[in-house]
Each structure stands twice: as structure tokens, then as C-alpha cells.
Design a protein around this ligand. Structure first.
Ligand code: ATP
Ligand code: MG
Length: 140
């Protein structure tokens, strides 16, 4: 597997609790390099656009209001097999099902307020990186 990039978000529940550094330490310990990063607060419309694939899901309103409720940290992570590795470090969506040592096991509050987002495939990673970053903002 070659060097790959993936898109990551540190979500509002984690930025509120000042966990950006603790979460970044997990990424770096796993061999993921943070090649772009910015802290921003999404508008509701931006959160709805980012999560448009989930627009029919019953939790869409809750999810998008949460994502716009406080700052997020948008990131690009780079490394060997980065998409899979990041999902592994994040742990299961529901923290009750997440493995010991994962970000969601340690920090997530609930299935909705689960501290991090990570792209799930090369196609979604490309779209999500382009949604948040221009080429000039990425320094590998
Ligand atoms: P993400 O896309 O954020 O990395 P994921 O791929 O593990 O998470 P998805 O199924 O894509 O999970 O769901 C997107 C997000 O929607 C979840 O991370 C979570 O914040 C929220 N979510 C998912 N299921 C529920 C639920 N049943 N109730 C409330 N929120 C949910
Ligand atoms: Mg997902």
C-alpha cells in the first residue's frame, strides 16, 4: 500500500473539551502526518453540504446542528494506508463498540458526539479534502 492522504475532522465535542492535542498525538503515534490543519466554525448550511450523503437519515438535523455548534479542526492526514489506518485509530462510530485505545473509546461522548470524522474511501477522501482545503494549504 502506497502513501495515501485522508480527510479528518476533530468534532465540536472534542474542541470544546480542549482535546485537539490529545487526538493529534494519537494520529502521530499511529504514523499519520498532519499535512494540513485549520480550526473553523461551520455554518449550518456548510455542515449540511458536507454531510449531504446522510440527508435522508433520521439523525441528519441533530448531526448538522452539532457540527455547526462550535469550532472544528479540519485536517489532512498522510501516511501508509492512511484511510484504513485512520479509521482504525478512530474506532467504531458508536464508542460503546470501539476498541480499547481508540480515539472514540477514550474520548467520544455518544454515537453522535463521537469526537472525530474520517473519510471512508479514496473517492470520499478526495471530495472532502477539496471541500475544505486548496492545494496551497497542504504541505506534505
Ligand atoms: P464519520 O463519517 O463522522 O467519520 P462514521 O463513518 O463512523 O463517522 P457514519 O455512518 O458515516 O459514521 O455517520 C456519520 C456521523 O453521523 C457519525 O460519525 C455520527 O456523528 C453521526 N451518527 C451516525 N449514526 C448516528 C445515530 N444513530 N445517531 C446520531 N448520530 C449518528
Ligand atoms: Mg462516515
Amino acid at each position: 500500500m502506497a502513501i495515501q492522504r485522508t480527510f479528518s475532522i476533530i468534532k465540536p465535542d472534542a474542541t470544546r473539551r480542549n482535546l485537539t492535542g490529545a487526538i493529534n498525538a494519537k494520529f502521530e503515534a499511529a504514523g499519520l502526518r498532519i499535512v494540513a490543519q485549520k480550526r473553523i466554525q461551520l455554518t449550518l448550511a456548510q455542515a449540511e453540504a458536507f454531510y449531504a450523503v446522510h440527508s435522508e437519515r433520521p439523525f441528519f438535523g441533530e448531526l448538522t446542528e452539532f457540527m455547526a455548534s462550535a469550532p472544528i479542526v479540519a485536517q489532512i492526514l498522510e501516511g501508509e494506508d492512511a484511510i484504513r489506518k485512520n479509521r482504525e485509530v478512530m474506532g467504531a462510530t458508536n464508542p460503546a463498540e470501539a476498541e480499547e485505545g481508540t480515539i472514540r473509546k477514550e474520548f467520544a461522548l455518544s454515537i453522535g458526539e463521537n469526537s472525530v470524522h474520517g473519510s471512508d474511501a479514496p473517492e470520499t477522501a478526495a471530495v472532502e479534502m477539496a471541500f475544505f482545503f486548496s492545494g496551497l494549504e497542504i504541505a506534505g
